[in-house]
Design a protein around this ligand. Structure first.
Ligand SMILES: NC(=O)c1ccc[n+]([C@@H]2O[C@H](COP(=O)([O-])OP(=O)(O)OC[C@H]3O[C@@H](n4cnc5c(N)ncnc54)[C@H](OP(=O)(O)O)[C@@H]3O)[C@@H](O)[C@H]2O)c1
Length: 300
């Protein structure tokens, strides 16, 4: 089979769509024939060596953390899913012709493959952050960075739960935020003041998706630091905000099942742009630019 891979750190030019060993489903896993796999910033954080601490690369790196496709192998202990089922979910090395998933949900038949693939990482992250920060129906949430993959999902999951949402994006994405029913503000200097003005006062909670606004400004919007959750400001935990990276905080099966319901009822709609796997470098270049609207999705 073919898979996206790299053997040295660098920009999109190091990526190759080339032969690789087929994965197999271990205990608690399933394997799918991939119909679509999305790009998340973690992919290029890995392929550019951001996490390598300056050490040279050893071996071959593989990419992709979510996908949608048809089940073709079932690992020991797995129940509730059969060979031939259409699923989407989270795994490793998913940007390939075959991939193993660790968590999944059945894909509603009305939902496009690319849309389902786009929802894997983003729905799990949105569900986790909203649960950890504890925002209730009727309350107001500020989403800093509402137009990307995770941000647009957070906005729509929160609105589906009856939460009022103010969200930030660049000038070019203000209409997109309105389309997904957030109250838009422009990010950058003074964003917290604009969010406060849009909310008519302080907000109940902040979901920091972009990790770019100084954390003190976001803390100033809420009653206490623990009402800010961040997924991208890795230095912020010292200020008492919730920093989450997944791990034990993650309830992926529940999140994906919830995502399937929201996708089927069109309460979650993610704009996406697709690229064939062998043109992945073009999609990675866009993702690296930092201004993706919705998601970039790779397809065979
Ligand atoms: N900790 C975790 O568990 C976890 C999980 C998933 C993702 N993440 C991280 O979360 C971040 C977002 O992920 P993603 O998939 O949503 O990325 P993405 O789709 O690439 O997000 C790009 C979005 O960021 C917006 N943006 C750029 N600069 C901004 C700023 N200064 N203020 C607010 N928004 C800004 C852009 O808006 P414009 O186009 O309007 O400029 C664009 O819509 C990444 O760093 C990712 O690695 C963490």
């Amino acid at each position: 089979m073919k898979a996206l891979q790299f053997s040295e750190y660098g920009g999109p030019e190091v990526l190759r769509w080339a032969e690789a060993e087929e994965p197999h489903a271990g205990p608690g896993q399933i394997r799918i024939k991939v119909a679509a796999a999305s790009i998340n910033p973690i992919d290029w954080k890995l392929s550019t060596g951001m996490f390598a601490g300056g050490k040279p690369m050893e071996g071959v790196g593989r990419l992709g953390f979510d996908a949608a496709g048809v089940v073709d192998e079932i690992g020991d202990g797995v129940t509730g899913v059969q060979v031939g089922d259409d699923v989407f979910g989270r795994g490793n090395a998913t940007q390939a012709e075959f991939a193993v998933l660790d968590a999944w949900a059945l894909k509603p038949s009305s939902v496009d493959w690319a849309l389902a693939a786009a929802a894997g990482v983003s729905i799990e992250t949105a569900e986790r952050g909203l649960r950890l920060v504890g925002v209730e129906p009727g309350q107001t949430l500020f989403v800093d960075g509402g137009a990307g993959g995770v941000g647009a999902t957070v906005v729509q999951v929160a609105i589906a739960r009856g939460i009022r949402v103010i969200a930030s994006a660049g000038e070019g994405n203000q209409d997109y935020l309105r389309e997904i029913r957030a109250i838009p503000v422009v990010y950058g200097d003074g964003v917290a003041d604009r969010a406060r003005a849009a909310a008519g006062g302080d907000v109940d909670a902040v979901f920091d998706v972009a990790g770019k606004t100084p954390i003190a400004e976001l803390i100033g919007l809420v009653p206490e630091p623990a009402k800010v959750v961040t997924i991208a400001n890795y230095g912020a935990a010292e200020s008492g905000v919730i920093l989450t990276r997944g791990g034990a905080d993650s309830h992926p099966f529940e999140a994906l099942a919830q995502g399937a319901r929201l996708l089927e009822s069109s309460q979650l709609v993610i704009k996406f742009q697709t690229f064939p796997f062998d043109r992945a470098a073009e999609a990675y270049a866009i993702s690296l630019g930092g201004h993706v609207r919705g998601k970039l999705v790779l397809v065979p």
